[in-house]
Design a protein around this ligand. Sequence first.
Ligand code: GRF
Length: 220
Amino acid sequence: MPRTRVAVLISGRGSNMTALIEAAKAQDYPAEIAVVISNRPDAAGLALAAAAGIATVALDHTTFGKDREAFERLLQRELDARHIELVCLAGFMRLLTPWFVQRWQARMLNIHPSLLPAFKGLDTHEAALRAGVRIHGATVHFVVPDVDSGPIICQGAVAVHDDDTPRTLAARVLAVEHRLYPVALRFVAEGRVHVEDGRCHIDGVAVSDEALLVPAIANR
Ligand code: GRF
């Protein structure tokens, strides 16, 4: 079976990108990372991708001023030229227009560091601590025109500790992100994810009924 050709879009350090690249090294992984594209030429992730032997493209959005669609037309041209079938946003810090999002409907994934729909937007760990939630986490979802919305493919949860700072909480969530994103991409690339009424159904997945209780409460 030919592997699904994936573009990963980044703006920064690229640790989720690296998790996807690592996962795609496995013989039986159904997707290949065909290109990594950054809207910031100085993104650390670009060098990591190049070192891993992945094609990289820097599309500096600042050269397009306020013309978002001009940037996206060029982005689309890169994706077309490389026969890309799925797009993974991984710390891509640029809002995409409905024009672009609709072109990639159900074919573009994003990872967000919260249990959506809670804590959309930036600084999610600060927001979670401020709200006092006991459980926090990460979400992989399909991208729709509304930011940090769209059908949820996978979520992972972590406990919030009383002495957490945004930094310690972010590290715990990031470890979950790195496990979650490759799995979500696998399911989508295998054609097992179906969206109905805004909800994802995934063929043949195991779901654990084990509860995460915070604080930990002994089983009785
Ligand atoms: C991650 O926390 C991701 O959830 C969010 O941006 C961050 C990107 O980190 N969308 P990295 O570049 O993947 O290390």
